[in-house]
Design a protein around this ligand. Structure first.
Ligand code: DGL
Length: 258
């Protein structure tokens, strides 16, 4: 089955480009449209109702662009809004959730850490998933302040390193052997996190799994594109500079109010 319509991907900001890049690598023939709702970032501190409203707004923008499938490249939006999105819109949705399962399954110290937004850690979906692994101690830490710094392009700033140290040190002391990155912005902090964590602690995120899931749903339900090398489109409702920079200044970023 052939379907040349684009895949829509949205996040509260630039972080979901970490997921976009996994999808683009695995499915290079697919046209992608990425939506960065940076004007409304961070989502992590907002109420469930606000996150649902913003997720519907982003979805409608992508549906107006005729997207065949939508990837919610944001853990906060997935854990708070994906059920409502699936109920409201007649298009397949792929979400991203913290990779608790592989971390808990492989942990030898039976202690893992998770860094995510408050919205994700407080969500019912997250609680349901983590309850399944009651034999594993899960150290939860809200990454207060990390997303705003990433959105400002301050990935390597002293403030960032200070925040990361304060969040990771208690996890190291608690003997975690896996750190789950439960926010799609955080993969951009992996070099800084690696400088703080002892080498034996593994870092995992869900980007690759989301790309594989996208591929499976396309094959099973929607159809794959047969037109090769379709250039991706990037939209932001804030200053396009940071999004452009995180993409290595390789792509045009369109500024649009949505
Ligand atoms: N990138 C997002 C996530 O995966 C949201 C961050 C935020 O806006 O607070 O959770």
């Amino acid at each position: 089955m052939i379907n040349n319509k684009p895949i829509g991907i949205f996040d509260s900001g630039i972080g979901g480009t970490s997921i976009w890049s996994e999808i683009h690598q695995l499915l290079p023939d697919e046209k992608t449209i990425y939506l960065a709702d940076s004007k409304n970032a961070p989502y992590g501190q907002k109420s469930k109702a606000e996150i649902i409203d913003l997720s519907c707004k982003n979805t409608e923008f992508l549906l107006d662009m005729d997207c065949k499938l939508i990837v919610v490249a944001c853990n906060t939006a997935t854990t708070n809004a994906i059920q409502e999105l699936r109920a409201k819109y007649d298009v397949p949705f792929i979400g991203i959730e913290p990779a608790i399962k592989p971390a808990a399954t492989h942990s030898k110290t039976q202690t893992i850490g998770i860094l995510a937004t408050q919205g994700t850690l407080n969500s019912e979906l997250f609680h349901k998933t983590s309850e399944k692994f009651h034999d594993t101690k899960i150290i939860e830490q809200v990454g207060h302040g990390l997303v705003p710094l990433i959105e400002k392009g301050k990935i390597n700033s002293p403030e960032m390193i200070t925040l990361l140290r304060s969040y990771l040190t208690p996890m190291i002391e608690a003997n975690i052997d896996y750190l789950v990155l439960g926010c799609s912005h955080y993969p951009y902090l992996i070099p800084q996190i690696k400088n703080i964590l002892p080498a034996q602690i593994q870092i995992i995120d869900s980007g690759e799994a989301v790309a594989r899931q996208t591929q499976n749903v396309l094959k099973d339900k929607v159809g794959l594109s047969n037109i090769k090398n379709r250039a991706p489109l990037f939209y932001t409702n804030a200053d396009p500079k940071v999004l452009s920079e995180i993409l290595g200044n390789q792509y045009e970023v369109i500024e649009k109010d949505f």
